[in-house]
Design a protein around this ligand. Structure first.
Ligand code: VGL
Ligand code: ZN
Length: 200
């Protein structure tokens, strides 16, 4: 690892762990590995999915729509999710066993009601920045390692954006878990591989 590598821990929040509103199977199993990784990188970032209650990605805000069905947004197709990670709720809080003290930066995303944001870098229109790219560049970061939830959504979108932005990208698959909706995991792994992402 070079001195310029950042660890980006994606969405280790209660709602994505067993018992949560959008639980990822085995989501909490990766906490020990992530906690250990937080001591191994010179730059450490946590992301936090952070939605208002009227968020457009929630099936509950689309009368008659079932969770995990699809809709069209102005920026393209969008999965309609169960209500999750509502700002200020316990579901949006980091898992109690995540070591948050080593984090240099906590970046929140998905706070605009009209647009979802899987990636740590851009919202789902692939244009609206979160500010993370500017932060990492200002700190001289050239490579990022990603871990967290979920492999096939927020981790994959972050990895693909990071590759597009010119960072060297590594995904620590043993420290990720997937939602795997209709083949989304295989699809995400193929896209990341094609983008030059390294898996460890
Ligand atoms: C995520 C779906 C909706 C994720 C966030 O963290 O992968 N997935 N919001
Ligand atoms: Zn979300």
């Amino acid at each position: 690892m070079q001195q310029t590598d950042a660890l980006i821990v994606i969405d280790m929040q209660n709602d994505f762990c067993p018992g949560g509103a959008l639980a990822v199977s085995g989501g909490n199993d990766i906490l020990p590995e992530i906690n250990a990784m937080l001591g191994q990188f010179p730059v450490r970032v946590l992301t936090q999915d952070w939605h208002p209650a009227d968020h457009a990605s929630f099936a509950a805000n689309h009368p008659g729509a079932a969770p995990f069905s699809m809709t069209e947004m102005p920026y393209g197709p969008q999965v309609l999710w169960p209500v999750h990670c509502v700002q200020g709720t316990s579901g949006a809080a980091f898992h109690a066993d995540l070591r948050t003290d080593p984090a240099d930066l906590i970046i929140r995303k998905g706070f605009r009601a009209a647009i979802d944001s899987y990636s740590a870098f851009f919202e789902n229109d692939h244009k609206t920045p979160t500010g993370l790219d500017g932060y990492l560049r200002a700190r001289g970061v050239t490579g990022v390692t990603l871990a967290g939830l979920a492999t096939d959504y927020c981790v994959a979108y972050s990895a693909l954006d990071a590759a597009r932005l010119g960072y060297g990208v590594t995904v620590r698959l043993s420290a990720c878990r997937a939602i795997d909706l209709n083949g989304s995991l295989a699809d995400a792994l193929a896209k990341m591989r094609a983008a030059g992402v390294t898996f460890i």
